[in-house]
Design a protein around this ligand. Structure first.
Ligand SMILES: Cc1cc2nc3c(=O)[nH]c(=O)nc-3n(C[C@H](O)[C@H](O)[C@H](O)COP(=O)(O)OP(=O)(O)OC[C@H]3O[C@@H](n4cnc5c(N)ncnc54)[C@H](O)[C@@H]3O)c2cc1C
Length: 405
């Protein structure tokens, strides 16, 4: 199998990279991680997404009538890979919008819903968040207790979501709610598109290890959502939520490989430039072994991503094998960032902002942020359950089956 770009694809990649270089805002340094305050970050994202849209590079693979470019998935991947390795921070507030809300709306919504929402996503007007997890429904998403009661053409929503990334910036939310508590738990769910400015919604940011508040608690108190904002039929919420999660777990696959290759080069630079007892740490055999392991894991991720991409190019909605990619990026990231801190010795204790930081404290930030990688988008244990049961067709986890009944 030949994984290289064709001559046309390479020409498109170069054309886009040249265009992108001219869009990078003043002060943004592509050689390191760039940090923003929340309001600045939302504005920077919206401006960047608008420029992509106006430049003819938003949703290359979507139909023109929804604001896409009518090209193939390959052009879309080239655009996303180039952004991720050049100025990923600018697109980050739109991660859930682009990776989950958009493909779900595109594949599951009515024509009217698509025409209403897709163009406003593609031109950067709206940011979306994903309201699935609750205090008692994280891994077990179907345990969702947020209630939606139908009354005169509206659903009245009461309940709480948690860990809702970017809810503090979001204009809209894809929300999983319980519309029927009298049937089996997977059957009583519905899926709604909720405007975050609706009265009764309160967003409370939660501070993470990194000292950022990337996610939030979201409270719903008597929130009125029109019935026409439902996706699919009442009671079909579980199937639509699974579709969203499949998209979530496969978004990264083709994009993570090039990002990890770039990070790997930074790791090697770190090993070459950091001295221990007067010698670069790259001369230490244990560090060399860690670098070799990081390289192997980066290549496995890259080729897994390409294999999945070639499958996706043949059409269809992603399947449970997205869980393999999730494990391949989340677990190595924790090992790689830990190795980077070990290489730095005592300097690993100082954070961004100190004159003693190495490589601007990026590895310290990444080490702390990586802790969430094996939890977000479904924990490692849940991914292994999915791979076992749905990819390898092993017998089901009996304790879970018992709980389900
Ligand atoms: C950075 C970050 C961003 C997030 N963003 C969002 C978001 O935008 N929207 C959203 O809805 N959610 C979001 N989440 C929530 C995330 O999806 C949940 O945290 C995750 O699904 C785990 O749920 P939980 O935290 O309730 O843990 P629990 O489900 O309580 O799990 C606790 C532990 O038990 C294990 N476990 C649970 N069930 C099983 C089982 N059947 N078999 C084996 N082990 C099991 C888990 O692996 C875990 O180790 C985010 C989380 C993080 C860390």
């Amino acid at each position: 199998m030949d994984y290289r770009f064709t001559v046309e694809q390479e020409a498109f990649r170069k054309e886009f990279a040249d265009w992108l270089a001219k869009q990078i805002p003043k002060g943004f340094d592509p050689s390191k991680r760039n940090y923003y305050d929340d309001d600045e970050w939302k504005a920077a994202y919206q401006k960047f997404q608008k420029s992509l849209f106006e430049g003819g590079y938003a949703a290359m693979h979507y139909e023109k009538e929804y604001g896409g470019q009518g090209k193939t998935m390959m052009e879309q991947v080239i655009v996303q890979q180039t952004i991720a390795t050049t100025c990923g921070e600018l697109s980050m507030p739109g991660g859930i919008t682009m990776g989950m809300a958009l493909p779900t709306i595109h594949s599951c919504c009515t024509e009217a819903q698509k025409r209403e929402h897709i163009p406003k996503i593609l031109d950067g007007t709206y940011i979306w968040c994903q309201g699935f997890s609750e205090p008692n429904a994280g891994s077990d998403v179907a345990n969702c207790a947020t209630r939606a009661v139908r009354k005169n053409g509206d659903y009245i929503i009461d309940g709480q979501k948690t860990w809702t990334s970017f809810a503090h910036m979001a204009d809209w939310c894809i929300l999983l709610v319980r519309t029927d508590p009298s049937v089996a738990k997977h059957k009583g769910l519905s899926y709604l598109l909720v405007n975050m400015k609706t009265p009764g919604i309160e967003v409370r940011p939660m501070v993470q290890l990194t000292e950022e508040a990337e996610f939030n608690e979201v409270f719903f108190d008597n929130v009125k959502v029109p019935v026409e904002n439902r996706v699919g039929e009442e009671g079909q919420g579980w199937m639509i939520a699974i579709t969203t999660l499949m998209f979530e777990r496969t978004i990264g696959d083709a994009i993570m490989g090039p990002m990890y290759e770039r990070n790997y080069k930074r790791l090697v630079d770190l090993a070459k430039s950091t001295l221990r007892e007067g010698k670069p740490v790259i001369e230490n055999p244990v560090i060399r072994q860690q670098l070799a392991q990081a390289y192997i894991e980066t290549m496995v991720l890259k080729y897994h991503g390409l294999r999945n991409l070639s499958k996706t190019l043949k059409g269809g909605i992603p399947g449970p094998e997205g869980s393999i990619g999730k494990l391949l990026w989340s677990e190595p990231n924790q090992r790689i960032t830990e190795n980077a801190l070990n290489m730095q010795g005592l300097n690993s204790q100082v954070m961004r902002g100190s004159p003693w930081t190495i490589q601007d404290g990026n590895w310290q930030y990444s080490y702390l942020r990586a802790k969430g990688n094996t939890i977000e988008a479904g924990s490692s244990e849940i991914q292994r359950n999915i791979i076992g049961e749905r990819c390898l067709l092993l017998p089901k986890d009996s304790s879970r089956e018992a709980r389900r009944k």
